[in-house]
Ligand binder design. Structure first.
Ligand SMILES: Cc1ncc(COP(=O)(O)O)c(C=O)c1O
Length: 417
């Protein structure tokens, strides 16, 4: 073994000792008979017969079906890319839209380039790792990147008070607020209107830039699956007179989860779009989405906007409520040692009747805190359920009486289409 392998092996052994070792586990629910509670395919679009038929039919008539041949800045800027962007901008009520190869790329691109040294970035402590990776590469000084307690308006108010009371430069620059509409691990929704009211109390609209990551709500919530920001009428804030009333200037919609494909679109002002085309390295230096993916996305959005989308969304919500109701009494009978109480008394925990169960029954994501995520996951697998353990640092490490808590994430599988 090379010296490098030796050194890396030692680091991996260390990770195993800390119970953090990751490996790739392959399950094929369609063959194994296992029931999949772990994928993000919330609406089961990847197995939809009508989507498959529409996709194959469109592929057979399209002149371009494979690679895009280059970055959007070179040969990859095709009419098909622009068509999908224009369609999504209209659908989501946004003045502009920009496609990315993934939600990760979109967040990294935005947060590494758009906030400038004189700006502040305030973020919910549970926002996705891609936001943090973007910020690490940004020109915003570390002391100007400030987290607040998850979904807590009073913590946000305290952070904003501190920022606006800072003597130097606090009256200049933009205050970015980074939120998720449905949090990927806890499955709770952002208290959006309350958090935005707090922002309004401290920062004039002209200095605000709210960035809402809708990765887990794209396709699932709102009319036609337009997401939570749109459902609440909060899209807007692009420039004077535009998007009156709405306060969310930037939305991220991803296609790898309920949309059943891959890629993402950032909904923003034309100026931010142009800025990203000029400065965002993941966009400039990477091959654009292939035509086969664009075709799958056109077909998926046809479905999501039509009656089948409504039927699937309704079925998902019914099953989420059902699952929540079934799980509640089971958790009350589960030995205390197998579960951990959540860290705060705020949303999503505790539920008034069951402190171990998240209180949002309208979410396809249910996270349970446990000191034994691997053992519980193996126990469930032996009984035919794929439920994946999620361990720190993917979720925060919480010290409780019973030890360290990790999450066990139940998601999807409410609907087989
Ligand atoms: C909240 C959130 N944002 C962004 C991403 C990244 O999206 P993608 O999988 O398209 O890279 C994820 C994916 O897990 C996510 O959960």
């Amino acid at each position: 073994m090379s010296q490098l392998d030796d050194r890396l092996g030692t680091l991996l052994e260390d990770r195993k000792r800390k119970n953090r070792f990751r490996s790739l586990k392959e399950y094929d629910p369609s063959r194994s008979g296992l029931i999949d509670f772990s994928s993000n395919d919330y609406l089961s679009l990847t197995t939809s017969r009508s989507l498959r038929d529409a996709f194959i039919s469109r592929l057979s008539t399209s002149s371009q079906i494979v690679g895009s041949t280059g970055s959007r800045l070179l040969s990859g800027a095709t009419p098909a890319h622009r068509h999908l962007e224009d369609r999504l901008a209209v659908f989501f009520n946004s003045p502009a839209a920009l496609l990315f190869n993934s939600g990760w790329d979109a967040n990294v691109s935005f947060f590494s380039t758009v906030p400038q040294p004189e700006d502040w970035v305030v973020y919910d402590e549970l926002v996705h790792a891609s936001v943090h990776s973007g910020l690490r590469a940004s020109r915003v000084r570390p002391e100007r990147r400030v987290g607040f307690t998850h979904n807590d308006p009073s913590s946000l108010a305290a952070v904003l008070r501190r920022i606006t009371n800072e003597p130097s430069g606090s009256q200049q620059g933009t205050v970015f607020l980074a939120l998720e509409s449905l949090y990927s691990m806890d499955g709770d929704m952002a208290q959006l209107p309350k958090l935005l009211d707090v922002l309004d109390d401290h920062v004039p609209r002209s200095r605000q830039c709210v960035v809402l990551d809708e990765a887990h709500s794209t396709g699932v919530y709102g009319q036609g699956g337009r997401g939570i920001g749109h459902a609440l009428g909060e899209e807007g804030g692009w420039s004077e007179g535009e998007g009156k009333g709405g306060r969310v200037g930037v939305r991220l919609m991803t296609f790898g989860k309920a949309v059943g494909s891959s890629g993402a679109v950032l909904l923003c002002s034309p100026t931010i779009r142009s800025f990203l085309i000029n400065f965002a390295r993941p966009l400039i230096f990477s091959t654009a989405l292939p035509h086969s993916t664009l075709i799958s996305l056109e077909c998926a959005w046809d479905l999501l906007q039509g009656p089948e989308g409504d039927v699937r969304r309704e079925a998902l919500m019914k099953l989420a409520i059902y699952f929540h109701a079934q799980l509640s009494p089971l958790l009350l009978r589960t030995p205390r040692s197998a579960l951990t109480l959540p860290p705060s008394s705020d949303a999503p925990f505790p539920n008034s009747t069951n402190p171990f169960l998240p209180s949002n029954p309208l979410s396809p994501i249910i996270g349970l805190l446990t000191p034994a995520p691997h053992a519980l996951s193996s126990f469930l697998l032996a009984r035919g359920f794929i439920v994946r353990p999620v361990v720190p640092p993917t979720v925060p490490r919480e010290r409780r009486e019973s030890g360290y808590a990790s999450a066990l994430r139940w998601t999807r599988m409410w609907w087989i289409g």
